[in-house]
Each structure stands twice: as structure tokens, then as C-alpha cells.
Ligand binder design. Structure first.
Ligand SMILES: Nc1ncnc2c1ncn2[C@@H]1O[C@H](COP(=O)(O)OP(=O)(O)OP(=O)(O)O)[C@@H](O)[C@H]1O
Ligand SMILES: [Mg+2]
Length: 589
């Protein structure tokens, strides 16, 4: 599928060209429907001049010679039927045309949403951390909808409007060319006037959509953190914030709603004034030239036929300027930084049970030049059990996030099984290295979904994972077992149960390297011991990195790195470290 990578009006029009055939078909139908409608006023001179005023009988004579002969009543009825048939056909055709155009515009906006989702999917974690979810969703909903309005009105209304004007102009020229030229010169003045009025409307729409975004992100955040807000007894404050945003939205919506309507009405007023002038001039044309009354009435009808297309063209100015504004807002999503795209030549994880990890002079900063990790070097042998200890804030979680490929590193290199991270996709690293977080996030879905994340496993495999993760009893106590919904963020489970769900998830995904980032901190010592005993065989071949505050969790490690302020200040076997300086472990139980 061809993606829109940057929202521009030109790009959207280009997308339209990919639907050439449909657009063409729609327009052919539109032209036919238009011609049928435009032909209708031509019957007026026949009815008025030939039948009522008894002037030359050109058309009526033709009917009586070729179709049938009748009196006035018969001819009026015949013409009525013809007109009604034309209207019905034209309506049916325009319904069909709308169907074609609607599906084109919905397809284009669908592609736009897919392309935005695609961009968001690859957005770097740094961007994600600062992302306001409500703001992003509002762009994907409201602004894309604004673009949809533009696309559908461009393809379905603009072309038809131009055609209607064109045909009407031709017929007007044929009826009375002097009058027609007068009308055709005055009309563009109306349109020019409206272009001027339209300029501000886009800005107002942008303000309105921005207000929607502010409201939506305030509300999303409040609802997402509802639990914490209630715990802090701050509902009144947070909902007040949302109310203030709703109020701002109201102000902007009123502003846009009434000012855009005002601009439209002014434009329409100019048009109506023009219409009155045309009418006066037409009457003069009947009085002082050879224009018949019937033709004059036909001219009036054409003026009405021209109202809608002129309105549509006027409207188009507004839709265009709102679409430009929406595009600008949508582009702020495209401007979000993505994860680096890396050409991968070799996958070191392929066909291996475990892998060694060598860290060379790694440095990392979340914000420019504020290094959280400095010059870290480590050598973690294949299948070995290593621990990282250090005070809170020393950078342990940051280091594990980098090892697992959440963030690209700034300096240095990590070699996985001999292959540099520079030649590995972050997604390949994440596929094979599993990081278990201290506070695992759960989906508001069933227990089963939270374990498998949608992948299917044999029931025995799941049972085994549950057993190792010490979850047997927990599941047995749930009303619906594995089908029990865990609530928002797994709220129905205890902290320790959530940690065990995360461990069971890791067991199922069967990674080559496992990193425990204080992943068992919420378990009592007894359960923790049982868990690690059960995990022993599963972890036997794997490379394991454990971050913990409790000595009991890491004393079985083969090698320990001590981190302080983002630097490795010491390393060795537990015995070596203990014999050197017991203070490392003095805070550990
Ligand atoms: N996403 C982030 N953006 C900016 N700074 C961050 C981010 N995450 C962590 N930091 C900073 O990096 C430093 C190290 O944090 P990190 O979470 O790695 O520490 P830690 O050793 O895991 O601590 P703890 O034992 O409390 O879990 C802290 O000073 C923190 O403020
Ligand atoms: Mg941490």
C-alpha cells in the first residue's frame, strides 16, 4: 500500500490520482446527472413562449409530428413527465456517484490513518515517553476527519460544480450572449470576495481542533490515572482541569461555528445581491432587446442552477483552508522521531539457546549531554548468571532498557554473540532478550491474553509456565480461571501476582537472555525462593542478568557488577566483593 508520509494538499491530490478510474467513472456519472438537470430549464421557454403565449411552435410542432398530437393539457402533461423522469434519473445517478466518491475519500483517510499508525508504531521510546496520548488520538480522529471533508467535497462537489457552471454558462451564452457575459463577469467577483473571507477560517478551525486535543488529552490522562487521583483525593482538581479545557473548546467552537457561518452568509449575500442585479438586467433585456419572457424565465432558472455550484466553490475555499490547518497538525505526528532503521546482515540469536553480551564503553543520555550511564564495560558470558547492584537512581533500569533494545545508545557498543548492536535491529534484540519490569503493565483483558499476548500455545505449555511462575493457586482461586478479566492495569491482581504473570509471560516467550529488573521485589522471601527453584531448570542454559536490592535474590549469581552514578565502580564474584568491602551489601537484607 502506498503510504502518505507527510500530509500536504498536493500529496492528497496525488493520492486521488491513484483512484483515476473511480474518479473518472464518478465524474462521467456526475456529468450525465448534471446535464440532465441543466436541461430542465430549457423546457420553460417551450411551456411559456410556445404553449402559453402562442409564439412559433418549433418544439411542439416537432412533438406532434414525431411523437403524438394533443392539446395544451396533453403537452404540459407530457413535458411534466419528461422533467420528472429526468429528475429521477439524475437523482439515482447522483446517489451512485456519491457512493463511489465516499468510498474513495474513506479509503484515502483510511490510508492516512494506517500511515500515521505505522509511524507511531515505530516511534522511538524517547518520543513516546513525552507523548500526550489524547493529543495523538485527537489528531488521528478529528484532524483526519477534517481532511476527509476536504477530499470528499473536492472530488464530489468541486468537479460537478465547475461543470454545472460551465454548462449553464454555455446555455446562457446561447440564450442571450450579452446578458450571459454580464453574469459571467460578475460571478468571479463574488468568488474572489469569498477567497478573502476564507483565509481566517482555516486558522479558526486549527484553533478548534487544538482545543479538542487539549480537552481530549486532559480527559484521557485523568481517566488513566483515576486511581491515583482518587487516592490523592484530587478528583475535584483534575476534573476541573478537564472542565476548563471543555470551556476553552466551547469558546473556540463558538468562534469557528459562528464566524465560518458568518463568512458564508456574507458571501451568499454578495451572491444574492448579484442575483437581484441580474434579474433587473434581464427584465431590461426583455424590454429593450429580443429576449422573450420564456427565455428570461429560463435565465432566472439558470441563475438558480448556478447557486449551488457557486456555494460549493465558496465552501471549497473554507474546506481547503481547514484541510491545510489539519495537515499541519497531522504533520506533528510525522515529525516524531522514529527508532533507527538498521540493515541487519546477521542474526546472532538464530539457532542458539543463549548468547554472550559484551558491553564496550557504553554511554547514554536521555537528554543531550546529561549522561546517565558513562563508559560502562561488561562481559557477560553465554549462559552465565550475572547480577547488577547499585543504589536507587544509579542507572540499573536504564542499563537494562538499553541492553534489551528500548533505546539506541549514544556512544560505545554492545556485542550480542559477537555482532555489534549497530548491525542489529532493535526489534531483533527485543525478540530474543526479555526484560521483566518491576511494575509490569497488564492489559485490561483476560488472564490468558495477558500471558500469551495473543499468541497461541498448547494448554500444557501454559500450565507448565503457570506452575513455574507459582501461579497455580492464584489461577485456581479466580472465578473464571484463565478467562478472568484482570481489570485496568491488572488492578484485580496483587503486585506480586502481577510480577508472576510477567514471569509466566517470559517463560512462554522463551527468550535467549532474561533480565530481571527487581522483578520479584513484591514477593515474600518464601515465594521468591520457591519461584527461583522452579525457574532453575528453565534458566539453566540461558544468559541471566538480575537486578535486585535483596541479597537473597543475587547471592547465587556467578558475577556481580556494582553501579554507582552510572559507572561500574566494582565487579567480581559475590565472595570477592564481600571480602573486599561489606558496605556494598550493608543496605541489603
Ligand atoms: N525516561 C527517562 N527520561 C529521563 N531521565 C530518566 C528516565 N528514566 C530514568 N531517568 C533518570 O536516569 C537516572 C537513572 O534511573 P534508573 O531508573 O536507571 O535508576 P535505577 O538504578 O534503576 O534506580 P532504582 O533502583 O530506583 O530502580 C535517574 O536519575 C532518573 O532520573
Ligand atoms: Mg530501576
Amino acid at each position: 500500500m502506498k503510504m502518505i508520509k507527510h500530509c500536504t494538499i498536493k500529496g492528497i491530490v496525488k493520492q486521488l490520482f491513484t483512484y483515476r478510474q473511480e474518479v473518472l467513472l464518478g465524474n462521467v456519472i456526475a456529468i450525465i446527472a448534471t446535464l440532465l438537470v441543466v436541461a430542465i430549464p430549457l423546457f420553460i421557454p417551450i411551456l411559456v413562449d410556445e404553449l402559453l403565449l402562442g409564439k412559433e411552435h418549433g418544439f411542439i410542432t416537432w412533438i406532434s409530428q414525431n411523437i403524438f398530437t394533443s392539446d395544451t393539457k396533453g403537452y404540459v402533461f407530457f413535458i411534466l413527465v419528461v422533467i420528472l423522469v429526468l429528475r429521477v434519473i439524475s437523482t439515482l445517478l447522483s446517489i451512485f456517484q456519491t457512493k463511489i466518491f465516499v468510498s474513495i475519500s474513506k479509503n484515502i483517510t483510511y490510508k492516512m490513518r494506517v500511515s500515521l499508525l505505522d509511524h507511531l508504531q515505530r516511534v522511538s521510546l524517547k518520543e513516546y515517553e513525552m507523548m500526550r496520548v489524547g493529543a495523538v488520538t485527537s489528531k488521528l480522529v478529528t484532524d483526519v476527519e477534517t481532511i476527509d471533508g476536504f477530499v470528499s467535497s473536492t472530488i464530489s462537489k468541486l468537479i460537478v460544480a465547475v461543470l454545472l457552471l460551465l454548462f449553464s454558462a454555455i446555455i446562457l451564452l446561447w440564450i442571450h450572449w450579452q446578458l450571459a457575459i454580464f453574469i459571467l463577469i460578475t460571478n468571479p467577483i463574488v468568488v474572489l470576495f469569498t477567497v478573502k473571507l476564507a483565509r481566517n477560517i482555516g486558522e479558526l478551525k486549527k484553533e478548534e481542533n487544538k482545543a479538542v486535543e487539549m480537552f481530549q488529552s486532559a480527559l484521557t490522562e485523568t481517566l488513566e490515572l483515576f486511581h491515583q487521583i482518587r487516592a490523592a483525593n484530587k478528583e475535584a482538581y483534575f476534573f476541573e482541569q478537564s472542565r476548563i479545557k471543555a470551556e476553552a473548546l466551547r469558546t473556540h467552537a463558538i468562534n469557528y461555528g459562528y464566524k465560518s457561518d458568518r463568512a458564508l452568509k456574507y458571501s451568499y449575500l454578495v451572491f444574492l445581491a448579484g442575483y437581484e442585479i441580474f434579474r433587473a438586467v434581464s427584465i431590461l433585456a426583455v424590454a429593450y432587446s429580443d429576449l422573450s419572457v420564456g427565455l428570461m424565465l429560463a435565465v432566472f432558472s439558470y441563475l438558480w442552477v448556478m447557486v449551488n455550484p457557486i456555494q460549493d466553490i465558496i465552501n471549497f475555499q473554507y474546506v481547503l483552508s481547514t484541510a491545510k490547518a489539519a495537515c499541519k497538525r497531522i504533520n506533528s505526528i510525522y515529525e516524531m522521531e522514529q527508532e533507527p532503521q538498521i540493515e541487519e546482515t546477521q542474526n546472532p540469536f538464530m539457532g542458539k539457546h543463549a548468547i554472550d553480551i559484551v558491553v564496550n564503553n557504553l554511554s547514554f543520555a536521555y537528554q543531550k549531554d546529561k549522561y546517565i550511564l558513562e563508559n560502562i564495560s561488561m562481559e557477560i558470558k553465554q549462559g552465565s548468571k550475572v547480577a547488577i547492584v547499585g543504589a536507587s537512581g544509579s542507572g540499573k533500569t536504564t542499563l537494562s532498557n538499553i541492553l534489551v533494545g528500548f533505546y539506541p545508545l549514544d556512544e560505545g557498543e554492545i556485542r550480542y554473540g559477537g555482532v555489534s548492536n549497530k548491525n542489529l535491529k532493535l526489534s531483533t534484540i527485543r525478540e530474543n532478550i526479555h526484560l521483566i519490569l518491576q511494575h509490569p503493565k497488564l492489559f485490561n483483558d483476560t488472564m490468558l491474553f495477558n500471558l500469551t499476548l495473543g499468541k497461541s500455545y498448547a494448554p500444557e505449555v501454559i500450565q507448565k509456565a503457570l506452575h513455574i511462575a507459582q501461579l497455580d493457586d492464584v489461577i485456581a482461586r479466580l472465578d473464571l480461571g484463565l478467562d478472568t478479566l484482570v481489570g485496568k492495569d491488572g488492578i484485580k491482581l496483587s503486585g506480586g501476582q502481577r510480577q508472576r504473570v510477567a514471569i509466566a509471560r517470559m517463560i512462554l516467550s522463551d527468550p535467549k537472555v532474561v533480565i530481571f529488573d527487581e522483578s520479584t521485589s513484591a514477593l515474600d522471601v518464601h515465594t521468591e525462593v520457591k519461584l527461583f527453584e522452579a525457574l532453575h531448570d528453565f534458566l539453566a542454559d540461558k544468559t541471566v542478568i538480575t537486578i535486585a536490592h535483596r541479597l537473597s535474590t543475587i547471592k547465587s549469581a556467578a558475577f556481580i557488577y556494582v553501579l554507582e552514578d552510572g559507572k561500574v565502580v566494582d565487579s567480581g564474584t559475590p565472595r570477592e566483593l564481600l571480602s573486599k568491602d561489606e558496605s556494598y551489601f550493608s543496605s541489603m537484607i
